[in-house]
Design a binder for this molecule. Structure first.
Ligand SMILES: *[C@@H]1O[C@H](CO)[C@@H](O)[C@H](O)[C@H]1NC(C)=O
Ligand SMILES: *[C@@H]1O[C@H](CO)[C@@H](O)[C@H](O)[C@H]1NC(C)=O
Ligand SMILES: *[C@@H]1O[C@H](CO)[C@@H](O)[C@H](O)[C@H]1NC(C)=O
Ligand SMILES: *[C@@H]1O[C@H](CO)[C@@H](O)[C@H](O)[C@H]1NC(C)=O
Length: 530
């Protein structure tokens, strides 16, 4: 290419038919050609810039409003004629291309100049909605993609969405082929293709929670649902997810880490989310988005519960008494009794509709009647929570819990039923306690007089304080098929139920030779009471 300094005017009459554009995507784009010596010739793109392009468009009578673009490298092909110019430089004030500084020499056919007098045509491809997808630009007759390993900046996003007729301040962009890889020029199957979400509506759903507003968080990408890792997930992230589902979070809303609502399939699409809380779409939140995640590791899938409802039911004789069952992964499972205490009972009962449980409400451990998964262990409520989802604990339960440790509650606090058997009088005998449908005995480990006083009070004797405690199967041992339901009573003598005496609801280390007995009226004569 030779540079010719100074202005050499073309000695050709100029008119509308002297210049044309060919092979464009639209009527207003194409390869620039000039008529000379009986033939049309492309011109060289060296020096051909937006100023020159605007002049060309003006000469063609196209109202280009100053947005005309110049193209190099024969994007609209090179035509048939030889290239007429080798260099062209316009000031921008010219109205005729030939008033620009032009040099004539050789120029490669690969360098034919093109113009686009109207705005760039873009489209969104492969998005879940009409207003989101991979950005494709019509360029030289083919749709191409834009490479970006980081997402588009806010201004580009705004401009492109506006080109598509969507003026949304929340529009945002994606990098790394979020909407799949394009297969066209100029980038072949780029795993970096940028995408746009002009309506800021990322499809999300909650799965396997048992209610519409709870479950494993899933995001739709490229036709497949993927999950979100729970690392760094916090209340602000929860707030955004629930807002997307149409609800504001309350103090009941919560989230569960590490696959509580089951492990998903497909890709982990985001982790370490850093939402501020006010975003209208999760895609507006920072974090490590796919592919900056560990693709197949679903052990940390996050679950959210916007309304705070964990489906729970009581499986027993009445709506207040029975085995506590919690819905998890589509099935009801049980609660392990490790560290279960009265504060946990208060919350469980509250969830079952019993707000101010009476002091006589209590809980048991029921051996061997529960079924299914053991959903939580080590429940650690402080008593004010609206649901067990807010309590500490291990979800799902530690593997050392078995169905011999399942929690059984009595929220209504119906009186405990105790009877005396095998005594010589109606007011003395071996103590039997009605527990989960059958009568069982109590082991004498740490059994003392205050415990006996409470038993006699439950039995309704007028002077329970006179009770005498008997250990070591004083009134005979129960038969071997009779269960031993509790041990280690710690009554101070004032309690109204044994449940208030913090017993241990298990007895595996006791035998019936340790069955307790009481005498509720040691100074009475059998005839008086009997
Ligand atoms: C060019 O188009 C713009 C926008 O449509 C319009 O405002 C302007 O009047 C047009 N100019 C001419 C010369 O047609
Ligand atoms: C998306 O585009 C299709 C085809 O043009 C149209 O039928 C459909 O109604 C559009 N959907 C929305 C939500 O705009
Ligand atoms: C439990 O059942 C009783 C009797 O059917 C009913 O009166 C009460 O409202 C129920 N309570 C709850 C919390 O469901
Ligand atoms: C006391 O025992 C006698 C038999 O020893 C029985 O007839 C009587 O009904 C019993 N009384 C009560 C209140 O259980």
């Amino acid at each position: 290419m030779a540079f010719v300094i100074g202005v050499i005017k073309l000695k050709i009459e100029t008119s509308g038919s002297f210049i044309r554009i060919q092979d464009g995507d639209t009527a207003h784009s194409g390869r620039v050609e000039i008529y000379s010596k009986g033939d049309w010739h492309p011109i060289c793109s060296y020096g051909f810039d937006a100023r020159a392009a605007n002049i060309v468009c003006g000469m063609l009578g196209i109202n280009n409003t100053g947005i005309a673009k110049a193209y190099t490298s024969s994007v609209y092909g090179h035509g048939t004629g030889t290239l007429l110019t080798s260099y062209i430089r316009c000031q921008g004030s010219e109205t005729n291309l030939m008033d620009c500084s032009v040099s004539f020499d050789t120029c490669s056919q690969k360098e034919a100049a093109g113009v686009q007098c109207d705005s760039t045509r873009i489209r969104l491809v492969n998005g879940p909605t009409n207003t989101s997808g991979r950005v494709e630009i019509l360029h030289g007759g083919t749709w191409g993609t834009i490479c970006g390993s980081s997402s588009l900046d806010a201004r580009s996003v705004k401009v492109m969405c506006r080109m598509l007729g969507i003026d949304n301040p929340n529009a945002f962009g994606y990098a790394n082929a979020w909407y799949g890889e394009g297969e066209t020029f100029p980038i072949l199957r780029s795993s970096y293709d940028v995408g746009l979400n002009c309506d800021a509506k990322t499809p999300i759903r909650l799965i396997d929670g048992g209610t519409e507003l709870s479950g494993r968080l899933e995001i739709l990408r490229n036709g497949y649902w993927g999950t979100v890792g729970s690392t760094g997930f916090d209340k602000h992230d929860l707030q955004v997810v629930c807002r997307m589902l149409g609800v504001a979070i309350t103090s009941n809303s919560f989230f569960m880490t590490n696959g509580y609502y089951g492990q998903g399939t497909g890709d982990v699409l985001a982790k370490d989310l850093t939402c501020q809380g006010g975003e209208v779409d999760i895609g507006l939140c920072g974090g490590n988005w796919w592919p900056r995640t560990v693709p197949g590791d679903h052990s940390q899938d996050v679950g959210v519960n916007c309304d705070g409802v964990i489906p729970m039911r009581i499986n027993g004789d009445s709506n207040s008494t029975g085995l506590v069952e919690v819905l998890h992964n589509g099935d009801y499972g049980t609660v392990c009794s490790t560290n279960f205490d009265r504060l946990d009972l208060i919350v469980v009962c509250r969830m079952l509709g019993f707000d101010n449980i009476p002091k006589s409400a209590y809980w048991y451990v029921t051996p061997g009647i529960g079924l299914g998964e053991i959903v939580v262990s080590g429940l650690a409520c402080n008593g004010i929570e609206s649901g067990i989802g807010h309590c500490g604990g291990t979800w799902p339960a530690v593997t050392s819990c078995t169905h011999d440790n399942d929690v059984y509650v009595n929220c209504a606090g119906v009186p405990e039923t105790v009877r005396l058997v095998d005594g010589k009088t109606n007011y003395s005998g071996r103590v039997e306690f009605y527990h989960v449908g059958e009568w069982g005995t109590i082991c004498d480990s740490s059994f003392d007089r205050p415990d006996a006083v409470v038993i006699c009070r439950i039995l309704g004797f007028p002077h329970p304080e006179r009770a005498v405690a008997h250990r070591s199967a004083h009134f005979g041992a129960a038969q071997s098929h009779v269960p031993i339901v509790m041990t280690e009573l710690h009554c101070n003598g004032l309690e109204k139920t044994l449940g208030q005496c913090n017993p241990t609801w298990t007895s595996s280390s006791c035998s019936h030779t340790q069955d307790i007995g009481v005498d509720c009226c040691p100074n009475c004569q059998a005839a008086i009471i009997g």
